[in-house]
Design a protein around this ligand. Structure first.
Ligand code: SF4
Length: 415
């Protein structure tokens, strides 16, 4: 047992665990597009609303070069990938801007799930048709809320009506999946928000899933001095989300993800599988090789990007090439590092931790300490942890605290 490499697909096969970790694609490709029509005050992604036509042209050609150099590092037997354009606001640009890079990727890989992140403020019906013709079969729509007061507080420029028109446009363009993003835990606003109604309205408009994210207050944003609603409100909103999604047939795949369709690209992140990250601000995990049996993590972009509240500029003119520099920040990725990460992400999924996998990768003494820990025992007794014959998982309401539980589990299994 304990000697296989974690990120090597053989690990799953030799451990008899291929079924638990099986994915329709063996690798993902994430392309970061850092341009936005405006800056939302809570957002700490790498993005800018200040750019010229020249910047855009240079950026897209930089993406192509970066793909060429990373594609050489991918073992030949990896042929099926998912493709995800995120940002930023990729949908700011007609699909023609992306055709060269998509063509390059398709000449080396077979693309399955193909997602583009879109912003209801900047989309048009024409854009969705173009994206569909490029091969896009899934979009995410940055709805955040259907309440005007919440949208205003979050600094979003779109209206609830824009959202509904977008849903209609996605459907008439023939794109089968539209995952809508919502933000909850927004502090009390004059108008009382009912997230259940928003989810129902989105589903009636054609959404095939929702991703519900708790508002995160980031220090490097103008929202640094804001705060979330109370813990009780957050808890009750999350419970409402669980009930609304269950009633609509949106299965919960992960703490934040509810859908009629099993997500493929995101699942690669949750299951510790490799993905290429292209473009400034992207992170990646290169596939395992003989020299790097646990893959290699990296980050693209200048080592220190200016991250002050309201920052809205990327260094296009002065250091364009540094936007594509690669930093292998982890050094040599070890089995322990890979295991810790996997424990953190797996516990947030609806399946949880496969028991056979735990047995295959941890020493008996470590496991017996884990099972006898009083906090684990209490969580099992109280129903916060649920266990069946194959998996240990968090109960649905406890997934809201998935990160804290994951840290506890990782500290016990990887001390
Ligand atoms: S939330 Fe989206 S649209 Fe707003 S600034 Fe961030 S990346 Fe751009």
């Amino acid at each position: 047992m304990h000697s296989q490499t974690l990120n090597d697909p053989l690990f799953f096969e030799t451990g008899g665990l291929a079924g638990d970790f099986a994915a329709p694609a063996r690798m993902g490709i994430y392309v970061h597009v850092p341009f936005c029509p405006h800056i939302c005050p809570y957002c700490d992604f790498v993005k800018t609303s200040r750019f010229s036509r020249k910047d855009i042209a240079a950026y897209f050609s930089g993406l192509e070069k970066q793909f060429d150099s990373f594609a050489k590092l991918v073992p030949q037997d990896i042929s099926d990938v998912t493709l995800y354009f995120g940002g930023g606001t990729p949908s700011l640009f007609p699909a023609g801007y992306f055709s060269a890079i998509v063509e390059k990727i398709s000449s080396r890989f077979r693309i399955g799930e193909f997602t583009v992140e879109t912003n209801p403020f900047s989309n048009s019906e024409k854009i969705f048709r173009e994206w569909q013709m490029l091969g896009v079969n899934r979009v995410t729509l940055g709805v955040q809320s259907l309440e005007p007061a919440v949208l205003g507080y979050l600094g979003r420029k779109h209206t609830p009506d824009d959202v509904l028109k977008n849903l209609e446009a996605v459907r008439s363009a023939g794109i089968g999946q539209v995952q809508t993003d919502l933000i909850f835990g927004v502090k009390n606003l004059p108008e009382q928000r009912t997230i259940t109604n928003e989810i129902v309205r989105l589903e009636q408009g054609g959404a095939t899933g929702v991703s519900c994210y708790l508002l995160t207050i980031e220090e490097s944003t103008p929202f640094a001095h804001e705060f979330n609603s109370s813990d009780e409100t957050i808890e009750s909103e999350y419970q409402d989300i669980l009930s609304a999604c269950a009633a609509l047939g949106f299965a919960q795949y992960e703490t934040s993800n509810f859908s009629r369709h099993a997500p493929v690209h995101n699942r690669l992140y949750w299951y510790g599988l490799p993905y290429l990250g292209l473009g400034t601000g992207a992170h990646g995990l290169l596939p395992a090789t003989e020299n790097h049996p646990f893959g290699r993590r990296y980050k693209v972009g200048p080592p220190v990007l200016k991250r002050t509240a309201g920052d809205d500029e990327l260094p296009f003119s002065t250091a364009a090439e540094s936007l594509f520099s690669t930093d292998f920040y982890e050094g040599n990725r070890t089995r322990e590092m890979a295991l810790q990460e996997l424990l953190l992400t797996l516990l947030r999924t609806r399946e949880g931790l496969p028991l056979r996998w735990l047995k295959a990768v941890f020493e008996d003494a470590v496991l017996s300490r884990f099972w006898s820990d009083p906090r684990v025992r209490r969580a099992l007794d109280s129903g916060q942890f649920e266990m069946n014959t194959t998996h240990l998982k968090l109960s649905a309401p406890e997934r809201l605290r998935g990160d804290a539980w994951s840290l506890l589990v990782a500290s016990l299994l990887c001390p």
